[in-house]
Design a protein around this ligand. Structure first.
Ligand code: SAH
Length: 357
């Protein structure tokens, strides 16, 4: 029988498993403490569990971190890891040290079917959803790395992942259930304790899922990859816009704000002569005026395989938004020298282990 990864269970799941198998369900908290607080991944070492329970766990479950194939560190401290999954597919995860703690950008799918024209992730041929445990293990493995680096000290904010952005490879709303379960697990007070307000999910605009997400009424932040002020421009850049045009997307954002009372983030990558003209800035201001949110302006990271270039008019665009009374910031890029910057993830070795990265 194939063993299940222990990382896919919420604490309630574990309690049920334990009860059903004749163990005391309170041991679930102890198991969570070993795994998520002590970062112990060998059931044999979980010394306060009964011998019978340890044997049961060893027989039926695995607690393996992800296998790291390549670890690259940027001059700015960003670390990108190429992980190999159990089926030999590869994914990328990025750790960004921040003033306020350690932020990790997680991947939710192998490849992505959204096919945004400007994005490198869509270039990955094979596609599948990541399982919940494969997303959780990205955080677990990063925590292990931090533990080694900063010699474990739970009081040291540097030694722990404190923030998560769901902005790696894949469209999280296309893997909704697994991503939400992942959020529940990393959020648990008995586990990693990553606060919902420290987690941000980014979507290209899968409208029905945005509504479903709103209805969950969590405190998790939502970011919308808007990137264009109208359907004409957005259709050229993002095929999803043909299924869910901009008006529908904005309606879903308004619904989200109404239901959750949370502020929204609009991401807007600036691409030379595509979406960065003064009239685009004015049109964008009009589109989102009155919405409780702000615009994150992102310098486009050029991708070899497509013709788009970084905008030369970022300051000008920013100033127009400001003048129009729109909240905006220009986002700082991390890890550009190791291909870890926003939108550059592409799991170069996907499916071809042994080739050059
Ligand atoms: N699928 C989700 C999350 C992954 S992409 C989404 O679309 O939001 C994370 C962000 O990086 C998105 O805003 C995406 O549009 C942006 N992005 C993609 N390629 C980029 C590039 N080459 N330069 C800068 N940002 C890019």
């Amino acid at each position: 029988m194939e063993k299940n990864s222990i990382f896919k269970y919420t604490i309630e799941d574990l309690e049920n498993i334990l009860s059903e198998n004749g163990f005391n369900k309170f041991a679930a908290k102890q198991i969570y403490d070993w795994i998520y607080v002590k970062l112990e991944n060998d059931f044999n070492n979980m010394t306060n569990l009964s011998k019978g329970l340890r044997e049961f766990l060893i027989e039926n479950y695995t607690a393996q971190p992800l296998k790291d194939l390549v670890v690259k560190e940027s001059t700015d401290g960003t670390i990108k890891i190429l992980f190999m999954l159990d089926d030999k597919r590869t994914i990328e995860t990025v750790l960004m040290p921040q003033k306020y703690g350690q932020s990790v950008c997680v991947t939710t799918q192998v490849g992505c079917k959204m096919a945004c024209k400007f994005c490198a992730s869509g270039l990955i041929k094979t596609e599948r959803n990541l399982e919940t445990d494969e997303i959780v293990r990205q955080i677990f493995t990063m925590n292990k790395l931090l533990k080694d680096k900063y010699s474990y000290d739970p009081e040291n904010p540097r030694a722990r992942v404190s923030h998560i952005v769901v902005m790696g490879i894949g469209e999280p709303m296309d893997n909704f259930d697994n991503v939400m379960k992942f959020v529940n697990i990393v959020n648990d007070q008995k586990g990693f304790q990553i606060g919902a307000r420290h987690i941000t999910i980014s979507t290209c605009g899968v409208v029905p899922k945005i509504k479903q997400f709103a209805d969950l009424k969590t405190q998790v932040n939502l970011a919308i990859s808007l990137h264009a002020p109208n359907n004409e421009v957005r259709n050229q850049m993002m095929p999803i816009n043909r299924a869910f045009p901009i008006e529908k997307l904005i309606d879903s954002v308004k619904y989200y704000i109404e239901v959750t009372n949370r502020r929204i983030t609009f991401e807007y990558i600036l691409i030379d002569n595509v979406n960065d003209l003064p009239e685009h800035a004015l049109e964008l201001s009009k589109l989102i005026r009155g919405i409780n949110g702000y615009v994150n302006l992102i310098p486009y990271n050029e991708v070899e395989e497509n013709p788009y270039k970084q905008s030369t008019k970022i300051e000008q665009f920013f100033k127009i938004l400001k003048k129009q009374g729109i909240n905006a910031i220009v986002r700082k890029e991390f890890g550009a020298d190791i291909d870890a910057a926003c939108g550059q993830l592409r799991a170069k070795r996907e499916g071809v282990i042994g080739n050059e990265i």
